[in-house]
Structures are given as structure tokens and as C-alpha cells.
Design a protein around this ligand. Structure first.
Ligand code: BEZ
Ligand code: FE
Length: 291
């Protein structure tokens, strides 16, 4: 496991910086909470790979793809490797379909994609907790609070709420040079009633990196590169299936047009003023199914 300090990023935030870090993390298989590992069955490999290849061959036939386009595609694929953008590309354009398949067998709260920007080794905090942030962290102060229960309604004492999101300018710590390592990330332990309370800043919408092949392809097709503002969460408790989810905000101009197709109406928050300056608060409970 790496620590938040190991994850500081130097240099400018461009596609190569963010992409190569996301590639390292994907290669390490750090997100073990969702993959079983093990050998690939030959019949299954033939079925899945065969269907994927046939999908691409079908596109070539239907669209009468030329050699010029085929060679441009090869160069683009090489660019995705060179910039380390495979995790970004796959999580923008394919992960939401994998998540839909997983959701067919998941009970409890609604989930969505993980994306490429989760990091392990972040600050361990007890509820009520304030996420690590700069002294002058910009943005609207926000409280997110709620209770974690099982599908039987019983509180899950000591449940963990792993939370990460961008700052008000749309940068993720660990993937951009501006925010310090560990900024606006933490793993919060709920109390004996499964209740958690997290003090943070409201995040902002942002675009996927536009200087790399994923962003360039998105712009070339005339698609929006924006993600609506969101908070990522991994909610876990012993003996329960970990919930991977995100929370969005009512009124966000990019809802319904998320480049990563990850937003869902059930995941929208409508934070209300607390009366303490500009601070807002949203309450959200999570229900986990037994493993
Ligand atoms: C994100 O959640 O930030 C994200 C998800 C998929 C692709 C790129 C970014
Ligand atoms: Fe995100």
C-alpha cells in the first residue's frame, strides 16, 4: 500500500501525468474489492473476445472503414498506450456497461462506476470528520452525513466510507500537480450506529484531460468531454459487499450528458443551507447487502 504522501504529483497536470499514474494503479490491481482474480476459462475467453472482435468487424463492414481510417485508428491506439490512458479510456467509455451487469445481481443502495482516480492509503478518520484540505481550500463548505445499514435494516457499526472528489477547480489530488497529496480524500469510520458525518467542499464539474487521445477522440466526434460534479464513495463493512457509488448535484448542467455515462437520477443530492455561513448539507443513507 502507498501513502498519500507517496502520491504527490510533480510537473504539469496533463494527459501523460494523470494517465501514467492511473495505469500504475490499474496494473497493481489495487481495486481488489471488486475482482475475484483467478484463471480465465477458455470458453468464456472465446465468447467474450469473439463477441468484442465481431462488434468491431461489424462496424468496419457497416461503416465501410477505409485504410486511411484503419491506420489512423492504429496510431490512436498506440497513443492511448504511450500516454497511459487505457484506464481513462476504458472507464469513460466502457465501465458503465460493466457496472450495469454487476448491478443486476446487487441489492441495497444504487451504485455506479469507480473510475480511474481512486487511491488507497488515504487519511483514516473517525466520524464526524473533516477531509484533509488546504487552509484556504476554495469552494462551498459542505456536510455529507447519513447512516450505513444492512439490507435487514440493522446499523453497521464501524462501516467505512472511503470518499474522494475534485477541488472547486475540478482537480483530483494525486493526479494533478495543483492540489497537495491526499487533498479531499479520506476513509471515514462510522460510529456504533453506522452514522457518518463528513465535512468537505462541494466539488465542481470537470472535463476529462483534453490533451490526450481520449479527450482528442471525444472532441473529434463532437461529444461533450464534461463530467457533472460528483463525490465518489466506497462504502464497506465486514461481511458485506462493498458499494461503489457517486453522488451528483441537482441543477448541474452536465447531468444527463455525463461523458462517462455514470450519473443516475437516484444518485442526485440537493444540499440545503445549514445557516452557518455559506455551508450546505446533504443527508444520504447507504444500504449494503450481505456477502
Ligand atoms: C471520474 O469519476 O472522475 C471518471 C470516471 C470515468 C472516467 C474518467 C473519470
Ligand atoms: Fe470522478
Amino acid at each position: 500500500m502507498t501513502t498519500a504522501e507517496d502520491q504527490s504529483v510533480s510537473g504539469t497536470s496533463d494527459a501523460v501525468t494523470a494517465g501514467s499514474h492511473a495505469t500504475e494503479i490499474a496494473r497493481s490491481g489495487a481495486a481488489t474489492f471488486r475482482s475475484g482474480g483467478g484463471a480465465v476459462d477458455q470458453q468464456r475467453a472465446a465468447a467474450v473476445i469473439g463477441a468484442a472482435l465481431e462488434g468491431i468487424r461489424g462496424a468496419i463492414r457497416d461503416q465501410k472503414v477505409t485504410y486511411e481510417e484503419f491506420d489512423a485508428f492504429k496510431r490512436w491506439l498506440i497513443g492511448v498506450s504511450d500516454t497511459g490512458e487505457w484506464p481513462l479510456f476504458l472507464d469513460v467509455y466502457l465501465e458503465f456497461e460493466v457496472e450495469k451487469v454487476a448491478a443486476q445481481t446487487q441489492d441495497g443502495s444504487v451504485g455506479t462506476i469507480l473510475g480511474p482516480f481512486w487511491l488507497d492509503g488515504q487519511a483514516q478518520l473517525d466520524s464526524p470528520a473533516t477531509l484533509p484540505m488546504r487552509d484556504d481550500e476554495p469552494g462551498t463548505p459542505m456536510i455529507l452525513a447519513g447512516q450505513v445499514t444492512g439490507t435487514d435494516g440493522k446499523p453497521l457499526a464501524g462501516a467505512k466510507v472511503d470518499i474522494w472528489h475534485t477541488d472547486e477547480e475540478g482537480w483530483y489530488s494525486g493526479f494533478a500537480s495543483k492540489p497537495p497529496a491526499g487533498n479531499l480524500r479520506g476513509v471515514v469510520t462510522a460510529d456504533a450506529e453506522g452514522r457518518y458525518e463528513i465535512h468537505t467542499r462541494k466539488p465542481a464539474p470537470y472535463t476529462i484531460p483534453l490533451d490526450g487521445p481520449t479527450g482528442q477522440m471525444t472532441l473529434a466526434a463532437g461529444w461533450s468531454p464534461w463530467r457533472p460534479a460528483h463525490i465518489h464513495l466506497l462504502v464497506s463493512a465486514p461481511g458485506h459487499r462493498t458499494l461503489t457509488t457517486q453522488l451528483f448535484f441537482t441543477g448541474d448542467p452536465y447531468l444527463g450528458n455525463d461523458v462517462a455515462s455514470a450519473d443516475k437520477p437516484e444518485l442526485t443530492l440537493d444540499p440545503q443551507p445549514t445557516g452557518n455561513g455559506s455551508e450546505v448539507r446533504s443527508d444520504r443513507d447507504f444500504v449494503l447487502e450481505p456477502e
